[in-house]
Design a protein around this ligand. Structure first.
Ligand code: NAD
Length: 482
């Protein structure tokens, strides 16, 4: 059976433990490969390689660094088909989605940050009258850690690695143990692109073992983490006493506010995506839908009928729109919210059942589910489910909609559907979230800041924000005589 090895110091290697985790194909519910179970010894080995590589990589010209990262971007593009197949097999997402979104975006991440670093500038401040000149150096931090989740495996892995490398750091990265395959394949691409050994080290294994060893390592000075809020809290507790730089991109429970004056057809088709893309396993999915009362009945009928048309199926079938959920335990967790919704007195408008897909009978499939809730305080509306489940409920006034949007512990993103400019501005300013989409969803310009407020995280990534995170600002003050 295929083994997913660590990639350390430019070569693939087995873990010190000699232990392996099972890697599942969620569309069949079968083990199809083995994952290195790494521990602190592997992380130490990766750290030594990264430390050794740092002086040379951080002094490599920006043009040369950029050239290597662009080569990685090109190689990802050239391997689009095989990487997309690997992603669909490992994660359960439709192959069409991996081809259209995940892998192209992984390539764009490298291309974007390879170019961004050539435009990254620091500031100078002349203290007129005091005869001093200040300028800011933006220096790489050293060895940094990047830890990513399973929902957008290569997409989010590269979202962290690319800016970390572009700004001159060396990296120890850990993908999710649930979806490690494309991160494993990236090692090969780095070798082909000529990335010097030790600059990027990829360690596989569980969060409590390999992940914790990265976060707790005293000389890994910055951690960029994307994952669940509870994990983020644990990471912050470990890292804070060592005063590490931390970027935490965490969970969400995003509101989707639909006003009667919106472009209805456009709203309906995009809302279908913002609810169920990637089986609803995107931190930015609009999982709480609030609809203005005057169009609520129409929306309910039209939306439910569109949801019923979605095709749950094997990720490799061309007409599949909803693939498999990522794991058995995740499927069980997501399903438990359907039972909870019933207990809470909510109404299942469609879906709610697991699906048996012919030829893939043991896969983890669930119908896209729409739940009508009667208040925003119920647990189904307050807790992150992270699956193909959305709730809907009506509102009467803009203030009521705003209050419900904000009445949640998360604050990642929000979507507004309205053609009223004044309302757009009022709500965009008042909604507690890091990202607001108006009349669109998941429209991403990589130059923009990305991140959440409240329990959705700390810090911003994206564009120069990411390059700022992965560098330390140092002010140099020079006194001169006229
Ligand atoms: P998770 O927190 O379980 O795991 C994320 C990563 O952290 C994995 O690589 C895991 O091995 C590692 N990890 C777990 N425990 C650790 C520890 N103690 N120390 C160090 N690393 C540890 O999250 P998940 O289930 O993989 O992903 C789903 C979650 O990610 C959802 O909550 C979702 O909202 C969130 N997410 C957020 C964003 C964002 O940008 N805000 C994007 C995608 C996903």
């Amino acid at each position: 059976m295929k083994k997913i090895l660590n990639y350390i110091n430019g070569t693939y290697c087995e873990p010190f433990s000699g232990d392996w985790l099972d890697n599942y194909n969620p569309s069949k519910g079968e083990v199809y490969s083995k994952i290195a179970y790494s521990s602190s010894e592997d992380v130490e080995k990766a750290y030594e390689a990264a430390k050794e590589a740092f002086p040379s990589w951080s002094n490599t010209t920006i043009e040369e660094r950029s050239k290597i990262l662009l080569k990685i971007a090109t190689l990802i593009e050239e391997n689009l088909d095989s990487l997309a197949e690997a992603e669909a097999l490992d994660n359960g997402k439709p192959l069409s989605l991996a081809k259209a979104v995940d892998i192209p975006r992984a390539s764009s991440n490298f291309r974007f940050f390879a170019n961004a670093i050539t435009q990254f500038a620091s500031e100078a401040h002349e203290s007129v009258g005091l005869n001093t000149m200040n300028f800011t150096l933006r220096q790489p931090i050293g060895v940094v850690g990047c830890i990513s989740p399973w929902n957008l495996p290569l997409y989010l892995f590269t979202w962290k690695i690319a800016p970390a490398l572009a700004s001159g750091n060396t990296v120890i990265a850990k993908p999710s143990e649930i979806t490690p395959m494309t991160a494993y394949l990236l090692g090969d691409i780095c070798i082909k692109a000529g990335l010097p050994k030790g600059v990027l080290n990829i360690v596989h294994g569980t969060g409590p073992s390999a992940g914790q060893a990265i976060v707790a390592h005293p000389n890994i000075k910055a951690i960029s983490f994307t994952g669940g809020t509870a994990t983020g809290e644990h990471i912050a507790r470990t890292a804070a006493p060592m005063f590490k730089k931390l970027s935490l991109e965490l969970g969400g429970k995003n509101p989707n506010l639909i006003f009667a004056d919106c472009n209805y057809d456009k709203m309906l088709s995009v809302t279908l995506k913002s609810s169920f893309a990637n089986q609803g396993q995107i931190c930015l999915c609009g999982s709480r839908i609030f609809v203005e009362k005057s169009i609520y009945s129409k929306f309910k009928e039209d939306f439910v009928s569109k949801v019923k048309e979605l095709k749950v199926g094997n990720p490799f079938d061309g007409d599949t729109t909803i693939g498999a959920l990522v794991s058995k335990s995740h499927l069980e967790k997501v399903r438990s919210y359907i039972d909870l919704a019933k207990e809470e007195g909510s109404k299942i408008l469609c879906g709610g059942n697991t699906v048996t897909v012919e030829g893939s009978e043991n896969g983890y499939y669930l119908e896209p589910t729409v739940i009508e809730v009667n208040n925003n305080d119920c647990r189904v509306n307050q807790e992150e489910i992270f699956g193909p489940i959305v709730t809907i409920m009506p509102f009467e006034t803009e203030d009521e909609a705003l209050q419900m949007a904000n009445n949640v512990k998360y604050g990642l993103s929000a979507t507004l559907w309205t053609n009223n400019l004044d309302r757009t501005m009022r709500l965009s300013k008042r909604i507690e979230a890091g990202i607001i989409w108006v009349n669109t969803w998941l429209n991403r310009d990589l130059r923009t800041p990305f991140g959440g407020v409240k329990n959705s995280g700390v810090g911003r990534e994206g564009g120069f924000e990411a390059l700022k995170f992965f560098t330390e600002a140092k002010n140099i003050c020079i006194k001169y005589d006229e």
